[in-house]
Design a protein around this ligand. Structure first.
Ligand code: G1P
Length: 299
C-alpha cells in the first residue's frame, strides 16, 4: 500500500506527574532517570529509529527543564573537551536536537490526551503522524515504533500498539474490539477508553504508541468529552473505524513494555534496564541474587 512517510511525532508531556510527588514538585516526570537517561530520551531514540525527523512536545508550565535538556550545553561541552573526555561528549551528543527539529507547544489546561494532541494540530498539518507516550517504555530488539511503521506500510489508516493484559486490568487502558485477528495485526471494529472490566470488548489493550491519520485531528476539533470528563484520543481514533481511507489497526509489538507512569513499573524497568547494561550487568545481577538469597534465608 502507498502510504505517506511518517516523519513527525508528538510527545504529550504536559502531565503533572502527581504519582511521583515529591520528586515531580520541581522536575518534570519525563526527566526522571531510568539508569542514567531521562525517560524522554528513550522515547526520542525510539522515534529516531523509526525515521522521525520532527519532534513536537506538548508541554505545560514547569517543564522548562525539558527544553534545556535537548539544547546544547556549551560550558559543559567545552569543559569535557578540555579534559579530553570524548566518551562523555559522545553521550551528550545524542541529547542534542538540530535547530528546527524540535518544537514546543503549550497545553494550557489539562483537558486530556486527545486535547494535548489537538494542541499540536498546526505543527502536524495534513500528514500522518506518530504519538509516543513516554511513560510507556518498551524494550525491544527492533524498537516498537519502527515495527509499527513497517506494519503501517501494509495497512495505512491508523495504527495503535496493542498488548494482551489480564482482563481485570483492561479498565486501565484503551481496549480494542476485534473485527479480524491476523496475528500481529488486528483490525478493530471498536475502541473504548477505560471500560468497566465487565464491559471490556477484549483484553487487547492500547499501549502508548500510535500512527495516526490527520483526520483524527478533525475529530478532535469537536472537543467531545469522554470518560473522566476528558477529551480522549481513543474516542477520536474510534471515529475513524469504517472510514473509507483507512480504519484502525492494532499491532501486537514484539517487546517488553514497562509502565513507568507507576512506581512499581518504574522500578521494574530500572531493574530490567540495569541488568541489560553491559557495564552494570555483572555487579547488579550479583547484588540482586544476594539480596534475594538473604531475604529467603531470613524467612
Ligand atoms: C493513555 C490512553 C489509553 C492507553 C494508555 C497506555 O491512558 O488514554 O488509551 O491505553 O495511555 O499507557 P493513561 O495511562 O494516560 O491514563
Amino acid at each position: 500500500m502507498k502510504t505517506k512517510k511518517v516523519s513527525k511525532a508528538v510527545f504529550p508531556v504536559a502531565g503533572l506527574g502527581t504519582r511521583f510527588l515529591p520528586a515531580t514538585k520541581s522536575i518534570p516526570k519525563e526527566i526522571m532517570t531510568l539508569v542514567d537517561r531521562p525517560l524522554i530520551q528513550y522515547a526520542i531514540d525510539e522515534a529516531r529509529a523509526a525515521g522521525i525527523k520532527e519532534f513536537i512536545f506538548v508541554t505545560s508550565r514547569g517543564k522548562s527543564a525539558l527544553e534545556d535538556y535537548f539544547d546544547h550545553a556549551p560550558e559543559l561541552e567545552s569543559e569535557l573537551r578540555r579534559k579530553g573526555k570524548t566518551e562523555l561528549l559522545d553521550i551528550l551528543k545524542d541529547t542534542n536536537m538540530d535547530s528546527g527539529a524540535i518544537a514546543y507547544v503549550r497545553q494550557n489546561r489539562p483537558m486530556g490526551l486527545g486535547h494535548a494532541v489537538w494542541c499540536a494540530r498546526r505543527l502536524i498539518g495534513n500528514e500522518p503522524f506518530a504519538v509516543l507516550l513516554p511513560d510507556d517504555v518498551i524494550a525491544a530488539e527492533k524498537p516498537c515504533l519502527a515495527q509499527m511503521v513497517e506494519a503501517y506500510e501494509q495497512t495505512g489508516g491508523n495504527m495503535v500498539a496493542a498488548m494482551e493484559v489480564p482482563p481485570a486490568k483492561a479498565s486501565s487502558y484503551g481496549v480494542l474490539d476485534i473485527a479480524e485477528d491476523m496475528g500481529a495485526i488486528v483490525k478493530a471494529k471498536g475502541m473504548v477508553e477505560k471500560p468497566k472490566a465487565e464491559e471490556a470488548p477484549s483484553n487487547l489493550a492500547v499501549i502508548g504508541r500510535y500512527i495516526l491519520s490527520p483526520s483524527v485531528l478533525t475529530k478532535l476539533n469537536r472537543m467531545k468529552q469522554g470518560v473522566g470528563g476528558e477529551i480522549q484520543l481513543t474516542d477520536a481514533i474510534a471515529e475513524e473505524i469504517g472510514s473509507k481511507d483507512g480504519g484502525v489497526y492494532g499491532y501486537r509489538f514484539r517487546g517488553q513494555r514497562y509502565d513507568c507512569g507507576s512506581k512499581a513499573g518504574f522500578l521494574q524497568a530500572t531493574v530490567a534496564f540495569g541488568m541489560a547494561r553491559p557495564d552494570l550487568r555483572d555487579e547488579f545481577t550479583a547484588y540482586l541474587h544476594n539480596t534475594i538469597a538473604q531475604q529467603k534465608a531470613a524467612q
